[in-house]
Design a binder for this molecule. Structure first.
Ligand SMILES: *[C@@H]1O[C@H](CO)[C@@H](O)[C@H](O)[C@H]1NC(C)=O
Ligand SMILES: *[C@@H]1O[C@H](CO)[C@@H](O)[C@H](O)[C@H]1NC(C)=O
Ligand SMILES: *[C@@H]1O[C@H](CO)[C@@H](O)[C@H](O)[C@H]1NC(C)=O
Ligand SMILES: *[C@@H]1O[C@H](CO)[C@@H](O)[C@H](O)[C@H]1NC(C)=O
Ligand SMILES: *[C@@H]1O[C@H](CO)[C@@H](O)[C@H](O)[C@H]1NC(C)=O
Ligand SMILES: *[C@@H]1O[C@H](CO)[C@@H](O)[C@H](O)[C@H]1NC(C)=O
Ligand SMILES: *[C@@H]1O[C@H](CO)[C@@H](O)[C@H](O)[C@H]1NC(C)=O
Ligand SMILES: *[C@@H]1O[C@H](CO)[C@@H](O)[C@H](O)[C@H]1NC(C)=O
Length: 425
């Protein structure tokens, strides 16, 4: 009897302490978010559809991508299985998750410049975006322009005034009654947008006023275009040799913060995938060792490795109509499926590996295929989560929700930023 009532009291205490912390906490809610790649929800192997999303673990999800078109008054969902967008929003809302659409992307930034290129076009584009948000009952729009006054995929329209025009557009969007109500964010590079001279803005406070937050895409920092094998998503790089300082979460937060973006408006973008490189045995290992992997080894840039079954870069023309080389991307699930990592996502003794101290990211080497892979695992996601918590960032955004395996990465970063499952929902 005594122990029974004690148990009930204890349970009540647990319940009220969770409810209490939700209601009265002055701590802002940490953003736990990911992008959903619409084109992986069908006709992909494997598919990652709406039923695969761990809704209860997210506060925000970004359906990707809607793209500006040659006509400024429209957005298109072509190539992203837009048919599932209504269900995406409905399921998000049923789970108390904010539903955003990400606009643009690497393949979808061709017509941003003209969409915001004149006062008339900006007004039309505001209407296109607000009509789209209203039609689909969206909570927010995540602008992923890659990148203002900076060529991305190769055939984007670029204008020296892109960044000023983008700001003028965002201010007009904010002044609109529908736009005022939306959560507006931007997926950004490691440095602030380029001004008309092509240099990073030193004052982004006007952007901080219009955006609820920015999601800094801290990945693809090293890849097939680099001069050596380096980290896809480095947490830090100021501890690396000068030549290997190509940017990191640390450098990005510093750059945006110094230019006037409050840390509590910075969401760290994290990657559920890695890049592979063709590296021979001589280069892969530290001289004289057959087990210890070398840091920043050279790779054979003439061989673009095929990544996992989602790597279709060489099979389909890109948005510029060109066939690209293989992407060499391995999603986290595929590292496990290939047996490069065990079922818990841990290293195995079958593949030489290392954890790089400065970037706080793992590497592994597949000797018979001559492949070195830079990726993220539970340990690197924990390090990134600790950084978010320590520096008071707004939260994290993972590209992409479908890259994970059994939520190993998601659970690691959620736990590190202090999101406790017991008190959710
Ligand atoms: C999505 O869920 C299905 C069914 O459980 C599974 O077979 C598939 O591998 C999942 N997709 C991914 C990318 O994890
Ligand atoms: C305005 O949009 C149209 C397409 O609707 C485009 O042809 C034109 O170049 C744009 N104007 C500017 C100044 O970008
Ligand atoms: C940029 O804007 C300025 C001032 O509005 C204008 O004079 C200039 O022609 C524009 N440059 C381009 C490349 O459109
Ligand atoms: C603003 O959002 C609230 C709550 O979601 C909604 O009730 C209201 O209708 C919205 N206003 C406009 C102009 O969309
Ligand atoms: C940054 O720009 C804003 C206007 O957007 C201005 O009010 C502020 O003084 C500027 N800050 C600095 C340090 O120049
Ligand atoms: C990044 O590296 C610098 C230089 O070693 C170090 O002072 C700093 O604490 C590191 N930051 C983080 C977040 O690891
Ligand atoms: C190994 O790769 C390096 C860098 O690509 C190259 O310079 C070297 O010749 C290669 N060695 C062998 C034995 O193929
Ligand atoms: C395997 O990884 C999990 C995290 O996914 C970790 O908790 C566990 O300790 C690891 N096991 C070993 C043996 O390292």
């Amino acid at each position: 009897m005594v122990s029974f009532s004690f148990a009930v009291l204890f349970l009540l205490f647990l319940m009220t302490s969770c409810a209490h912390s939700q209601v009265t906490s002055t701590k802002p809610k940490i953003i736990s978010s990911a992008w959903l790649a619409g084109w992986h929800t069908a006709n992909a192997t494997p598919t990652f559809d709406l039923s695969n999303i761990s809704w209860s673990k997210y506060t925000d999800v970004y359906f990707s991508f809607a793209m500006p078109t040659v006509k400024t008054q429209t957005l298109t969902l072509d190539g992203s299985n837009g048919d599932v967008l209504p269900s995406f929003v409905q399921q998000a809302h049923a789970n108390g998750v904010n539903a955003h659409v990400s606009v643009g992307g690497w393949d979808g930034s061709i017509y941003f410049s003209t969409a915001v290129g004149s006062a008339e076009n900006r007004t039309q584009f505001v209407k296109a975006v607000t009509d789209f948000a209203t039609d689909y009952s969206l909570d927010g729009i995540n602008f992923d322009w890659e990148s203002p006054n900076d060529q991305g995929i190769g055939c984007n329209i670029v204008n020296a005034n892109d960044t000023d025009n983008f700001l003028a557009f965002l201010q007009e969007l904010r002044a609109d009654p529908v736009g005022a109500n939306l959560t507006l964010s931007a997926a950004t590079g490691l440095t602030p947008f380029f001004d008309s001279d092509g240099t990073a803005l030193t004052n982004v406070s006007a952007f901080a006023d219009v955006f609820d937050f920015i999601t800094v895409m801290n990945y693809d920092i090293w890849g097939s275009w680099s001069t050596a094998v380096g980290p896809n998503a480095p947490l830090n790089d100021s501890c690396a040799a000068k030549a290997n300082q190509q940017g990191s979460a640390v450098s990005a937060v510093s750059a945006w913060y110094t230019a006037g973006m409050p840390v509590e408006k910075i969401v760290l973008g994290v990657a559920s995938y890695g890049h592979s490189f063709s590296v021979n045995q001589t280069s892969a290992f530290v001289s004289g060792s057959s087990t210890e992997l070398a840091a920043y080894p050279p790779f054979d840039a003439t061989v673009f490795p095929l990544g996992d079954s989602w790597d279709t870069d060489a099979a389909e023309p890109d948005a510029c109509g060109l066939l690209e080389s293989n992407g060499g991307v391995y999603d986290f699930w595929s590292l496990i499926e290939n047996g490069y990592l065990d079922a818990e996502g841990n290293f195995t003794s079958a593949f030489p590996h290392r954890f790089d101290e400065c970037s706080q990211t793992p590497y592994l080497y597949v000797e018979d295929a001559g492949l070195m892979i830079s990726f993220d695992n539970a340990e690197s996601f924990t390090a990134k989560g600790n950084f978010i918590a320590e520096y008071g960032l707004a939260g994290f955004a993972m590209w992409e929700a479908g890259g994970d395996f059994n939520d190993i990465l998601l659970d690691s970063i959620r736990s590190a930023v202090g999101l406790e499952d017991e008190c959710e929902q």
